[in-house]
Design a protein around this ligand. Structure first.
Ligand SMILES: [Mg+2]
Length: 295
């Protein structure tokens, strides 16, 4: 693996020297800059894997540098760890709001600093992997539609080979447009995130959940008949209903409608998907917040 590059932007010569010395021992390539402007230049030049950024600097402050980094498409994905002399909560909050991943108080404990740098690099590697393979939906962090369809195809092929049955569950959040209209899109996004998370936590290991479209999700249940999928889907339905969302002064919950179908007696994968889809529409039309089974 290549050596990771750390850029330290700090006007304090001593703290810079300490950090440089210790981090170098961990095998990082260290770059440094003594003020904000130089720091931004160095960042563009060396494309570091992580930036340690002092808050209090003459000229451009660390906060301003962070804002500049985050608004530059080439630099915005580099994790920033703030270094600050002040152990001040509001300052920490400000830094994190600006998109920093972490905070270390000066004079820093060198073990803490090394641990924070490692954590920031781990997060970045993970992000890169997910983006590289383009498998994950960026909002809900579950599989995107493309991957879901690929996995469906694999499961379909396998069920033909091994002569087994699997199920597909489609679910759609009821009256989701109302959530967006009433509370705004950020709250709507929160609903999508939490419902996806709930589904991910609720499915059996080996099953797969993905975002099928807007407020629609698909679940592949391996080795399961439509009756088994029905029972599972009803459990997911109840779990979703229990989530409490907060918006301004209101709190609310949502429901979802489900359609389930299995692979038996289907002559193609398309037929399976449209059977689950029609069952879901039946659930919608007969009052929502329910599970319907394809016959
Ligand atoms: Mg300083």
């Amino acid at each position: 693996m290549r050596s990771m590059k750390v850029l330290i932007i700090d006007d304090d010569v001593d703290s810079l020297a300490i950090a440089r010395l210790r981090l170098k021992k961990d095998g990082y390539i260290i770059h440094s800059a003594g003020d904000g402007l130089e720091g931004l230049e160095r960042a563009r030049e060396v494309d570091p894997d992580v930036i340690l950024l002092d808050v209090q600097m003459p000229g451009k402050s660390g906060f301003q540098v962070c804002e500049d980094l985050k608004s530059d498409p080439d630099l915005c994905n580099i994790p920033v760890v703030f270094l600050s002399a002040a152990d001040d909560i509001s300052e920490k909050v400000k830094g994190l709001d600006l998109g920093a991943v972490d905070y270390v108080t000066k004079p820093f404990d060198i073990f803490e600093l090394r641990a924070r740098v490692r954590a920031a690099l781990r997060t970045k590697r993970l992000q890169e992997l997910l983006l590289k393979y383009g498998e994950v939906d960026s909002l809900t962090e579950i599989y995107n539609r493309r991957v879901l369809m690929e996995r469906l195809q694999q499961e379909w092929d396998r069920s033909l080979r091994s002569n087994t049955i699997f199920s597909f569950i489609m679910t759609d959040i009821d009256e989701f447009k109302n959530v967006n209209d009433t509370f705004g899109h950020p709250v709507g996004d929160d609903v999508l995130e939490k419902v996806a998370y709930k589904l991910k936590k609720s499915i059996r290991s080996g099953d797969i959940v993905g975002r099928y479209g807007g407020e629609e999700f698909g679940i592949i249940m391996v080795n399961s008949t439509v009756q088994e999928a029905f029972v599972a889907a009803d459990r997911y339905r109840q779990e979703i209903k229990k989530i409490v969302f907060k918006a301004k002064k209101a709190s609310f919950s949502v429901t979802a409608s489900f359609g389930v179908a299995d692979s038996s007696e289907k002559d193609s994968l398309d037929n399976l998907v449209s059977a689950a889809d029609s069952a879901m529409y039946e659930a919608k039309e007969s009052g929502r917040n329910k599970v319907c089974m394809s016959d």
